[in-house]
Design a protein around this ligand. Structure first.
Ligand code: SF4
Length: 467
C-alpha cells in the first residue's frame, strides 16, 4: 500500500516537553527530573481535560517526539489535506496534538460527518451519560457519509445507547466486587488487573469499562495515593505473578508515569509477568514513539494485548506502531470484540486476523460483546459467533484463529466456546467433523495404548491392535 514517509531530520527535533496545559489556559511545564518526579501529580491526563480539547482546526506550535520516519497512509493523507491543511507533519504525528484535538462534541464531529438522526439524538439528549472522543487520526478512517460504516459505528454514538435490554449491567463482569484496593481487581489467584487511568484517546461505544470512563466509579480513584495502595497489596501477596495494566488506556499516561508503575512492579520479586492492555496502535499509533519502546524494553518480560476490531484499522501507521513494539521484543496479542454489523462475518475477521499476523500480532481472544447498558445493538447471538469460528478454524493459519470466549457475567471469568467437532462414536472410533463438515474416524478405544507404553516391547509381527 502506498504511503507517505515524512523526512524531518532528527537533529531538528526540539527538546521534549510536556505541553498539557498550553491549550487549556495553563502554563507549560518541563518534565521533572527523575529524582523529584511524582508519578501522579505532574502534568496529567484527565477526562475533563480531554473533553475540553475540541473544536476547530487549531494553529499552534506543536511539541513532538521523534517523527523522522513517521508514516502517513494514503487515506489519512488525503483527509489531512482536506481538513487539516495548516497542520504541520510534526503536529499531526505528535500524539499529544492528536489528543488535544480529539473530536468530542457534535459541533466538532459535524465538520467531518453528516450526522444521522440517531447520532444527532445522542448529542441532544444523552451525551452527558458517556464521553465521546475520536482522535483526528482515527477520524481520517471514518466515512462521513455512511452511518453504517464499521469504524464509524465503533466510535460515533447513537441514541441506541439509551435502550436498555434485559441482563445488561453497569459492571457486567463484577469487577467492583473483586476490587481489593482502589483500581486493583484480584479475581484469579496468580494475577491481578490494575486500572491505571480512566482516559482513552478514542472511546469505543461498546466498552466493558464504560463505568470507569464515565466516572460512575470516581475519577479521583486514579491518584498516587491509591496507586501506592495497589502496589502495596501486590507486594504483600506473593501468589501474584502476573499484573495486567489496563484502564482506560495506560498508554495515555506519560512515559514517566507509565515507567513509574512498570518499574515498581518489576521491583517486586514475585511479579514475573507484566502485561499492558491498549488500543493505542489502532486509534493513536503516533503514541508508539521510540522513547516509549526504549523505556518499555527495559522491563521484560512485558507483553501487550492490543485491541483491533476491523481490517480497516490495519493502516500503515498501525503497522509501524506494532512493528516498533515487536522490534522491542514485546510479544503482541490482539483482542477483538464480536460486533453485530461491524465484524460478525468470517471473511471480515479472517482478513483482520491474517492482517494482524502480518503485523506480528497474534489474534488471541474473540470476545462475545459484554452486556453493558445500551449495548444490545452491538451484540450478536452466540450461535452466530460459533458459526464464525467454524468458518475460521481450518480455513486459515491456526495462528490466525483466536479463542472465542464469553467473559461470564457476575465474575465467572472467561469461558471458551468451540463449535461442535466431536459428533459421536462408532465402536472404538471417535467421529470428528472437520472444517469442511466431513466426518472422520479416530481410533479411541479407552486405555488402548497405556498398557503397551509401560509394558513389554510390542511384537512388530503382531496385529498392531490392542486388546
Ligand atoms: S480503548 Fe479500551 S478502555 Fe478505552 S473505550 Fe475502547 S475498549 Fe474501553
Amino acid at each position: 500500500m502506498a504511503h507517505v514517509v515524512l523526512s524531518i531530520p532528527k537533529k531538528n527535533k526540539p527538546p521534549h516537553r510536556e505541553t498539557w496545559g498550553s491549550q487549556g489556559g495553563e502554563s507549560e511545564s518541563q518534565i521533572p527530573d527523575a529524582s523529584d518526579f511524582d508519578p501522579l501529580s505532574g502534568p496529567s491526563f484527565s477526562r475533563s481535560r480531554l473533553l475540553r480539547f475540541s473544536g476547530p482546526e487549531p494553529d499552534e506550535t506543536s511539541d513532538f517526539g521523534d517523527i523522522s520516519d513517521a508514516i502517513v497512509g494514503p487515506l489519512t493523507n488525503s483527509f489531512r489535506q482536506r481538513f487539516y491543511s495548516r497542520i504541520t507533519d510534526a503536529q499531526w504525528n505528535d500524539w499529544r496534538w492528536q489528543i488535544k484535538n480529539a473530536i468530542t462534541d457534535a459541533r466538532a464531529l459535524e465538520r467531518f460527518v453528516r450526522l444521522s438522526p440517531a447520532e444527532r439524538l445522542f448529542f441532544q439528549q444523552f451525551v452527558h451519560k458517556r464521553p465521546v472522543s475520536i482522535t483526528p487520526y482515527y477520524m481520517s478512517l471514518i466515512d462521513g457519509d455512511n452511518q453504517t460504516q464499521a469504524l464509524r459505528r465503533c466510535v460515533v454514538p447513537t441514541s441506541w445507547e439509551s435502550v436498555l435490554a434485559p441482563g445488561e449491567a453497569v459492571d457486567p463482569l463484577g469487577e467492583e466486587a473483586d476490587m481489593v484496593a482502589p483500581g486493583l481487581v484480584h479475581r484469579y489467584p496468580d494475577r491481578v488487573l490494575l486500572l491505571a487511568t480512566n482516559a482513552c484517546s478514542t472511546y469505543c461505544r461498546y466498552c466493558t469499562r464504560h463505568r470507569v470512563l464515565s466516572g460512575v466509579h470516581q475519577e479521583s480513584r486514579y491518584n498516587k495515593r491509591n496507586l501506592e495502595k495497589a502496589l502495596t497489596y501486590i507486594r504483600k501477596h506473593k501468589a501474584i505473578r502476573d499484573v495486567l495494566i489496563s484502564g482506560g488506556d495506560p498508554l495515555l499516561l506519560s512515559d514517566e508515569r507509565l515507567e513509574y508503575i512498570v518499574r515498581e512492579l518489576r521491583r517486586i520479586d514475585h511479579v514475573e509477568l507484566i502485561r499492558i492492555g491498549t488500543k493505542v496502535p489502532a486509534v493513536l499509533p503516533q503514541r508508539v514513539t521510540d522513547d516509549l519502546v526504549k523505556m518499555l524494553r527495559r522491563y521484560h518480560p512485558l507483553f501487550m494485548s492490543l485491541h483491533f476490531i476491523h481490517p480497516d484499522e490495519l493502516t500503515p501507521e498501525a503497522g509501524q506502531a506494532c512493528g516498533r513494539l515487536s522490534d522491542a521484543g514485546i510479544p503482541l496479542g490482539s483482542q477483538t470484540v464480536l460486533l453485530q454489523g461491524i465484524n460478525d462475518d468470517a471473511a471480515i475477521l479472517k482478513s483482520l486476523f491474517q492482517g494482524l499476523l502480518r503485523f506480528r500480532v497474534r489474534p488471541y481472544y474473540l470476545y462475545q460483546c459484554d452486556p453493558i447498558p445500551g449495548s444490545a445493538h452491538f451484540r450478536t447471538s452466540v450461535s452466530r459467533g460459533l458459526d464464525i469460528m467454524q468458518g475460521l478454524r481450518g480455513h486459515t493459519t491456526g495462528y490466525a484463529v483466536p479463542t472465542y470466549v464469553i467473559d461470564a457475567p457476575g465474575g465467572g471469568g472467561k469461558i471458551a466456546l468451540y463449535p461442535e467437532s466431536v459428533v459421536g462414536r462408532n465402536g472404538d472410533d471417535l467421529l470428528l467433523r472437520n472444517y469442511e463438515g466431513k466426518v472422520f474416524a479416530y481410533p479411541d478405544r479407552d486405555g488402548c495404548l497405556a498398557p503397551r507404553l509401560s509394558g513389554p516391547v510390542p511384537d512388530p509381527g503382531g496385529n498392531g491392535r490392542c486388546g
